[in-house]
Design a protein around this ligand. Structure first.
Ligand SMILES: [Zn+2]
Length: 303
């Protein structure tokens, strides 16, 4: 049995898979925020719960919104900042009495989708998580490309390209946790979307609540979404020009906004990309990425 944990900024989910890849158990809990010991405990509790429910002991893999430094073996680049600097795999191995493998969640998503998900068989996959934060991962021929420093895919901390006057103001008002200003993550994460809506409306709502307003033709929600689409398109256009991926996969809470699969391709192609090759954009498939064993995909962008 394989146990995968997806440690998100808001939710932490466990999935237990049989050796044949069948889902035996899954469960999610809120992620304890700003507290490393409680985060460790939540992960340990989920593993124990999965083993209690299935009656089996499993190997454990963990997808995190950051990466382990290949030099210090400690977490870096996590937008769940209380993980940074911690020897997470070492601590979990001690608590669970077994090896625990950790990978960046967006890299897990890219590989999972490339192996048997929505990007199955594609040679070059760019996967983007647009949730509490924003991360990206690259899979080449079904394997992660992490880079010599573990930094590959840190696209979210490039500056937003082609900023207009309002985006320049946003850059000053909403600094990134990484210490820079104007990072793509601050604009295209679900958190960034909610902040922009708050700047427009004065109301503090969660992303899902704003999307619900969108369905009621709320003009400010529509304005926030059209700005969001343009920002995500500009940011992805740079990836297209650099990597020319065969497919871009979206995951995270904002990936559930169905219209993105119609609007983004239109915005990316004529507006911002020098390349005009046919490519596809799809929604992540349904399994959580940490187990790197996703189910067949959905929400594909038609050719
Ligand atoms: Zn940043």
């Amino acid at each position: 049995m394989r146990i995968g944990i997806d440690l998100g900024g808001t939710k932490t989910e466990v999935i237990a898979l049989s050796d044949a890849g069948e889902t035996l158990f899954r469960h999610r809990v809120p992620t304890p925020r700003d507290n490393y010991p409680q985060t460790l405990q939540a992960i340990v509790d989920l593993v124990r719960l999965a083993e209690e429910k299935t009656g089996e002991r499993g190997s454990v893999g963990l997808g995190i919104p950051g990466t382990l430094s290949p030099f210090s073996q400690r977490v870096k680049n996590a937008n769940s900042t209380w993980l940074n600097g911690q020897p997470l795999d070492h601590d979990l191995a001690r608590l669970l009495d077994r090896e625990v493998r950790i990978a960046n969640d967006a890299n897990c998503l890219a590989v999972s989708e490339a192996v048997d998900g929505a990007a199955a068989g594609k040679a070059l996959v760019f996967a983007v998580i647009i949730g509490t934060g924003s991360g990206a991962g690259i899979a080449i021929n079904g394997a992660t490309h992490t880079g010599g420093n573990g930094n590959a895919g840190e696209w979210g901390h490039n500056p937003l390209p082609w900023m207009d006057d309002d985006e320049l103001r946003y850059r000053e008002e909403v600094p990134c946790y990484c210490g820079q200003k104007g990072c793509i993550e601050t604009f295209v994460s679900g958190t960034g979307f909610a902040i922009d809506y708050q700047r427009l409306s004065g109301k503090s709502l969660r992303g899902a609540e704003i999307v619900a307003l969108l369905e009621q033709q709320d003009p400010l929600a529509e304005l926030a979404m059209s700005r969001y689409e343009l920002r995500l398109a500009k940011s992805l256009a740079q990836v297209v020009n650099l990597l020319d991926p065969d497919i871009i996969v979206l995951g995270g809470g904002m990936s559930n906004v169905g219209r993105l699969y119609q609007t983004l391709p239109t915005l990316i192609k004529p507006g911002f990309s020098a390349v005009n090759a046919k490519r596809r954009l799809c929604r992540r498939s349904t399994a959580i990425p940490a187990a790197c064993a996703a189910l067949p995909g959905s929400g594909r962008w038609p050719d």
